[in-house]
Every structure is written in structure tokens, then in C-alpha cells.
Design a protein around this ligand. Sequence first.
Ligand code: ATP
Ligand code: MG
Length: 656
Amino acid sequence: VPESADAVLEGLDPEQREVATALHGPVCVLAGAGTGKTRAITHRIAYGVRAGILPPASVLAVTFTNRAAGEMRGRLRQLGVAGVQARTFHSAALRQLQYFWPKAVGGELPRLLERKIQLVAEAAARCRIRLDRNELRDVTGEIEWAKVTQTVPGDYPAAVAKSLRDAPRDPAEISQVYGMYEQLKRDRSVIDFEDVLLLTVGILQDRHDIAEHVRRQYQHFVVDEYQDVSPLQQRLLDLWLGDRESLCVVGDASQTIYSFTGATPDHLLNFRTRHPGATVVKLVRDYRSTPQVVHLANGLLGQARGRAAEHRLELISQRDPGPEPAYVEYADEPAEAEGTARRIRELIAAGVPAGEIAVLYRINAQSEVYEQALADAGVPYQLRGAERFFERQEVREAGIALRGAARAGGNDALLDDVEDLPAQVRAVLSTKGWTTEPPAGSGAVRDRWESLAALVRLAEDFVRARPQATLADLVAELDERAAAQHAPTVQGVTLASLHSAKGLEWDAVFLVGLTEGMMPITYAKTDEQVEEERRLLYVGVTRARLHLSLSWALSRAPGGRASRRPTRFLNGIRPGSAAAGPRAAGGGGGVEHGAGRRKRRGPVLCRVCGKTLTDAGEMKLMRCEDCPSDMDEALYERLREWRSVQAKELGQPAYC
Ligand code: ATP
Ligand code: MG
């Protein structure tokens, strides 16, 4: 614990000190990844408290996840500070709502709705709209998005059109279900998680006495990851603040990767307009990554376009030089996974702990081949924010159905006129509602479809390796793989989607599957969506402290046509590629080719649905036009996080 307030400042560079000592008036810190934003605001609170300028109970530090709030409390403790509230928006609002409800409305705060999806299902049924389990999750996600963007049911169709989101169903239907869901909640006197923010905002807006009470309690506000603030959260922050100005926000517009949940960097970028007297501090020293990693991150930002990019800052690494990033091209996906597993083993043998290594991909459906390769290589691993492939419900259900048909020994009427194995698998899966064509939209329905499509591809690969194989052989193979992948959960290599890697760091990071179609993902069509994909890659790159590998495979399966291209985001950066624009930066490292098998000509199949492709453009991408993929697992991860706040907070004493 530092001995004095001044000692708290010792671990900071001059700009970070400026942030820590600017205790009066609004402060905005705009800075890139790893520059010590979180560190600067934590030290600011500690300095203010220990210098006797900020009474601890008057400070509210707001973060976006429980993990971040817990981390901030831990860091404050280490700096000798107790009594400061570090909370998420939801947890802070819920405490206030519980405390003020009896006075503002009377009686007890309504019960928090526990099974939201069930109520949405009931609302849909009453509207005579049929939704399956996954569609229900997607529609629920849309209702949540509408609420955080303060969109009422009647305005949803117009708002969704304006937002360029892909609605998972007809927007008019969603609007109807949303309206009915709100009605049912009122009838049953329950509130949902978004209502916690909406009601707090409502009470603070209408009841000046209560707003004054809250403002007397909290006088100084600090917000981390401010680029993620939603319009509703911003409204709450404004009400907390009133006409005062003791607000310090930190953020990196280049790390905005959650726009699809309603987050927007506009508040960060407009901070100075709203607070003309604000102290604006820019941090450019990167304490996390080597100069090589930082150089690559700068190169990516140099090519970025759009509003966030106008505010980019060149990062300057403070670390000693390390290895050059490796750009690795493989012939096919299994070769990429095997090559990655081999390199991971080498790193572990060289002394890098498995827990300090991560494999990051764009969508969770990509995990299977890496789970398999790591299991084969005897490397322990864990997934972040998703279930292991063979533990996913749809994959387990499909396994049961396949086992049933194998057991029938080919006498299953269903399989009578189906000759080859992948077709048999498709036929069995069709009894589980699976279609060769992917469902429209993205989200849970799409997730489930992607998992089953991965299973069909697995069958295709299996039959390619063993042309005489039967359905029973395939079932045995699946069982074997499921068992092999069931490795004990010791501290292992992290497998995670890029979205769920945000805010974390590892010594070694493998960014895999960096092909056009996956990065940017096919359904990112507008310029804004493509830019968000580029930021996602930037977030991935900046997770690495020392070792960074970027790889892609030219075809999906061994022997397939080499028709895929590495992501456009590496043009002008990866050695040997043409520059993408005037600001393209150079990058180091030699291109290595994987040990993949010889290419062979054959029909080009869509890598998602297996359909034979004829269109030249589609063949290049190895994806048919109506096979985009999906990113909404990140949305669900956020929702899970919110729910866990809800669960945790309910048992706690009320505000004040
Ligand atoms: P992100 O954008 O990913 O959230 P950040 O800007 O919040 O990153 P921090 O997590 O605060 O960055 O800091 C990154 C790493 O650099 C941490 O390990 C932190 O302890 C270290 N660090 C930050 N500032 C300094 C400093 N002045 N001296 C030494 N280490 C520092
Ligand atoms: Mg941070």
C-alpha cells in the first residue's frame, strides 16, 4: 500500500498523472488499448481519496461488467482505499431503485422477472406468432436492444431499419410481441432487467426530491470503457450528475465492438462539445505489448475509416522488442488447427504457461476443429463464453438421433433412398428441424444451425478419409472425439471468440481463421459494419503481450480448392500483400506455409451448407450468398453477465 497520496502517483507516467490529479471538472481520457486507462482512473480515485479531496462514499465508479467492477475494487484496496462504490450501471441502478421505490411508487419493488423467455413465448403465442426456442432468444434480444435504445414497441420497425440491424423476424411481428410482452409484465407486476434502468431514469426524472437525495450521496463519477455506453445508460449518468461536472470518463473508440447491443462511442467522441471546459488527456504509451505488436495495431488503425478512426492515436510501445508477429498461411482448416496446436506445444515446451496462451476466432462455431487439434496434441484448454462443441444441446440431440438411425442398421425408412453418408446425416438431422439452407438472420437459430452444419462437414471429411464408412462408424468416431475433447479443466489454453476476449491479455495470442467471409464476416455489408469488424481484429491484436500469430486457410477441407483469401484488413500489412491505401504500414515476419496436403480439383462447396457452388464470386469465398455467419453469441454473453448482476444484487442490502 502506498504510504501517502503522493506515493499513489509514483506508478504513473506524466499524462496518467494529469488524469489522476485533475480532480475538479470534467475529464475525458481518449486512449488506445494497453495505455493504462483503467490504471489511471483507479489511481485518480485513490489519489483523490487519500489526499482528502474526494470523500470515498461520494465516489461512484461505473464499469460494464462484474469482472471489471471487482477488479477495480481489488486495485483500490491495494492502493489503500475502502468505501468507494465500484459497480456496473445495472447494479448501481438496482440498489437505488430498491431504496427509493417505496417512497416514489409505494409498496415493494416489483419482482424481477426470472424467466423472460417464457414470457416472450407467451406474448408471441397471444399474438399467434410461432417462434421456436432459438427464435425466441433472438426476439428477446431484439426487445432488449429496443429498450436500451429507448425505442417503444410502435417505433421498433422504423428504428431497426434505421439502425441497419438484421431483424431475425418481420419487424412488425417483433413489434407486436414486444408490445404484448410489456402488457403481460404490467398485468403480472413484474419488471425485467432493462426496466431497472428505465424505472430509475423515470424516477430521477420525475421526482426532484429523490434526484437531489441521490446527488447528495454521489458527487464524483468515473466511467471506464465509456465507448460502450448505451443511450439509456448515458441518460442515467446525466441524471446522476445533474448540473455538476465532476465526471471522468475513459475509453477507446477504436475498441467499439458492441454497436449491435446499442452501445455507441458518440458520447465519448462528443464529450468536449457537451462539456466545453473538459480536460482532455490522450495516452499513447502502450505498456502491454511489444513494439512489434503495437506496430501491427497501429497499421490496422491507420487503415480504419469512419468517425472512431478520426480519433485514433498512434501507440508507442514501452516494452522491449519481442518476436515478429507470424503470418501463417495453411492449405486447409485442419492443417491450420494442427499447425496452431503444434506451435502452442512449442511455446509450452519453451516455458510459456498454457494459461498465458489464447486462440481467438470470429464465431464460436469455429471452435470444434481447435478443440480437436488441442485434444489430439494433449494440450489442456478451456472455452470462454461458450460450451464445448460436443456439449452443445443441439449437437448432443443430433448425436442421439444419429445413434438411433445407426442402430436401425440402415433399415430406417428415412434412409431408404439415401445413398451416401453425408446425405444420411443430413436426412437424420432434418428430423431435428435442420435444413440444408441456413435460416434467415443471425442469432441463436443461426448458432444452432451452424453447429449442425459443422457436424455435416465433419461427416463429409470423415467419408473423404474413409470412403467405405457407415453411419455406425461415424457415430463411433463422434463418440471418440467427444471423449477426447472432454479434457480435465486444469488451467489451459483459452479458446474464445474475439468479442469475449475484450479487456483480457495473454503472453501469446493466436488469431485464427482470418479469411474474407469470416473477417469481415459475410453479413457485415455496410461500411460501418465492416469497420466494426476491423476494430474487432484490432481488439484481438492488442490482447497479445509478446507472441502474436495471424493465420488463415486457403480451403476448408484437405484436397479442397484453394479459393479463399486472407482478410483484406491485412493488405499492406502482411508481408507480400499489396498496400490497401496511402496510410498502410509495413509489418514484419515471413509467411510460412502449413504442411497441408496437395490441392486437388473438385466441385467447390459452400463451407457452411455444403451446397455446390457455381457462381464465381461465391466460389472465391467458398460460401454461398445466403450463408452468412453469426456474431450474436456476444450479445448473449452480455445478457448472461447482466443476469448474474441481477442474481447477485438481489440478496444485498439496499442503497445508503
Ligand atoms: P484496455 O484498453 O485493453 O482496457 P487499458 O488502457 O485500460 O487497456 P490497463 O489495463 O490499465 O490499460 O494497463 C495495461 C497494462 O499496462 C497493465 O498490466 C498495467 O498494469 C500496465 N501499466 C499501465 N500503466 C503503466 C505504467 N505507468 N507503468 C507500468 N505499467 C503500466
Ligand atoms: Mg481498461
